[in-house]
Each structure stands twice: as C-alpha cells, then as structure tokens.
Design a protein around this ligand. Structure first.
Ligand code: PLP
Length: 373
C-alpha cells in the first residue's frame, strides 16, 4: 500500500522557502523610507522589461489595474465597446467596466482562448479596442488577431496575466499588442506578498502616460498634468518580485517538464481529451486543464486521494449575476458551456516534483480503471 500523498494546488510555501534573503532585503530597505516609487521598484521594472524583451515595464498595483490603465491611456471612454473573451477571470471584464466601457464577449475555442474568427462579427462603430486573454497559459492566435485588429484599425491590449513566458513563434505573450498586462497576484507564476501588476510596452509615449496615470497624474511633486489614479506597485512588493526574477529560467523549464509528464501519462486514457498543443508555441501552463468524462465523480475522487483539483469555472462568467446587465443568455457561448461541464484543472506548477506529477496521473487513471471494471 502506498502512503496517501498530498499534491497541493498552492506552491507558495515552496516558492518562498528562502525567505531569509527577502527579510534581509527588507531590513536594509525599510530605514531608507523609500516606499513610494522607490529604487527597488525601478530595478524590478528594468529587470522585468529585459525578461520580456520589452522597452518599458511599468509596475502597478494589480493585474486588473494594468488592464484598466492600459485602456485609459488609449482613451477608452464611457459607452465605448471593448471586445474581450467570455472565458476569463472576472478581472478582465471588471477593468473594462470600471471605465464605463461595455465589455463585448466572444466565445472560446477548444484551447480555452477566444475564437479570433468570431471577433469580426462583434465589431460595431462603438468598438474601440480588443483585449485578448491568454487563458491558462495557452495563447490566443495572436498573428490572426493582430491581422483582424489592423484591418479594423483597433488597438490591442493583451491580458497576459495567465501566460507569463508563453510564446508563439518565439514571441512572448504581452508583446504582440500595444500593451501587455501581467498580474503578480500570489496565484500567478511570479508573485508578490499581496497584489501587484505590470504593464509592458515598446511605445515611449504610452510608457510616459502610464507612469502619470498610475501616480495621480503627477509629473513632479508640484505639477498635476492630468487626473489619474493611485495605482503604484508597492516598492516593498517589488523587492519580493525581484527575488524571484533570477529564477525564471528554472520556473519555465519545470512547468514545461511537468506539462510533458502529465500530457504523456494522461493521453493514454481514452476518457480524457487534452486541449490542442501547437508546435510553433511555447506553452508555460498556468492552469493544466483537461476535458473528461464523469467530471464531477473524478473531481471528488481526486480530492479523496489528496490531489487538489479545481474547476475554472463550473459556472461561466457570462451567467454570473454580476454580469446580468450585459444581457447575455444561457446558451450564448456554447463552447464555454460545454467546457464548463467537462473541464477539470489538475495541480501543476514549477515546484511539483516528477513523483507528484506521476502520482496525479496514477490517481486519474485509477479512477477510470475502476469505472471500467
Ligand atoms: C489574475 C488575472 C487578472 C487580474 O489580476 P489581479 O492582479 O488579481 O488584479 C486579470 N485577468 C486574468 C485572466 C487573470 O487571471
């Protein structure tokens, strides 16, 4: 009898095992009093920009604000329509709503990302931007999306919160649009001890405007050039973020390796369908999602075996009461509805060992063996 194992969803205890170095950096930093837009923040931004092959990185207080500020600097106003994914975390839609704009939702395809083919039919005279969401690490077909956006003269802002380091043709998520938005929330691959976000861009004018908007429109201590927000990335959080950036290569290769182990093991099971894997892409999974038969029974079984699975999401966002005013009806997004009944997310991140991944495969395949016998 093998001992019951625990394969947890959260990796924060492992991510921050070497806490002493961060605490030591805090001890040096706190007496400087440089809490607001301090030196470590600038260091974090420079390092992050380099990692993303971007000219500029701007630290803000959340991934949600990264999207909101990006829309703000391109002039999104109340009543404007912004096309985005129906299959996303609520933050994308919330950021659009915060500006008084109207989110126009598009169904997803098999990989969980918005269907680029469905965008054109949603474009009206009021459409002012497209916000593709790279879901779970999978990327929207960006070459096709950019072509569509250019044909309609629409700016693109990427919600890359779930796809840090994923690539298409060796080009990174977040670098296709005018701006790319990332979250440093504790559940994301690079995280801080609270909330944080980053915007990347190659455009100098946008960089300057974003820096104004995140800091009350203050050009200097005594000069307010526009009315902005208080949305700075805390310098203290930048210190935490900075401590993780040197480990990015390991993070990427481990996530890719763990994806391989799960794909290899699970593709042998006839009751399971894997989402598409594309040869010209690098998939750095944020969520390891599969589509399965008897999902709810598998879900319960995994939990009894110590495998902390989740569902993203059992109730699609467009059916949530908070979005009722958008006027969508059950059945408007058939692919999402189908996925909601068959999808399950297995624990998979950079700190899981190969043994833990093998155990996940074993638990899932044991379940279907029992079902068949
Ligand atoms: C996490 C996330 C966000 C927002 O991030 P916060 O930092 O929590 O505000 C936005 N979009 C998607 C798809 C996300 O997963």
């Amino acid at each position: 009898m093998t001992q019951a194992q625990q394969v947890t969803w959260s990796y924060l205890p492992r991510q921050f095992q070497e806490i002493d170095a961060i605490v030591a950096a805090f001890k040096t930093f706190v007496p400087t009093g440089d809490f607001t837009l301090g030196q470590p923040l600038q260091q974090f931004e420079a390092t992050f920009a380099k990692l993303m092959n971007a000219r500029f990185a701007i630290g803000v207080n959340s991934g949600t604000d990264a999207i909101k500020l990006s829309l703000k600097v391109i002039g999104i106003k109340p009543g404007d329509e912004v096309i985005t994914a129906a299959h996303t975390f609520v933050a994308t839609v919330g950021a659009i709503h915060e500006l008084g704009a109207v989110p126009i939702l598009v169904d997803c395809q098999e990989d969980g990302c918005m269907s680029v083919a469905d965008i054109a039919s949603k474009i009206t005279r009021k459409t002012k931007a497209i916000v593709p969401v790279h879901w779970g690490g999978q990327m929207v077909d960006m070459p096709a999306l950019i072509a569509c956006a250019e044909a309609h003269h629409l700016p693109v802002i990427e919600d890359a919160c779930q796809a840090m380091f994923s690539e298409i043709n060796q080009q990174k998520a977040g670098s296709f649009g005018k701006m790319g938005c990332f979250s440093l929330h504790p559940l994301k691959a690079i995280n801080v001890w609270g909330d944080g976000g980053v915007i990347v861009t190659d455009d100098e004018a946008l960089n300057e405007r974003l820096r104004l908007y995140r800091n009350h429109g203050l050009k200097s201590r005594d000069e307010v050039v526009l009315l902005g927000y208080n949305s700075r990335l805390d310098t203290l959080q930048a210190i935490v973020g900075l401590s993780l950036l040197p480990r990015v290569d390991g993070l990427i290769s481990k996530r890719i390796e763990n994806l391989r182990i799960l794909d290899e093991g699970l593709s042998q099971i006839p009751e399971i369908r894997l989402p598409p894997r594309y040869p010209n892409r690098r998939l750095v999974c944020h969520l390891y999602v599969i589509y399965v038969e008897q999902r709810d029974a598998l879900y319960r079984y995994c939990l009894t075996q110590g495998v902390e699975v989740k569902i993203h999401y059992p109730k699609p966002l467009y059916q949530q009461p908070g979005l009722a005013h958008l006027g969508y009806r059950k059945g408007d997004f058939p692919v999402i509805d189908r996925h909601a009944e068959t999808m399950i997310s297995l624990p998979m991140h950079q700190h899981h060992t190969s043994e833990e991944m093998a155990y996940v495969v074993k638990v899932v395949s044991d379940f279907y063996k029992q079902q068949r016998s």
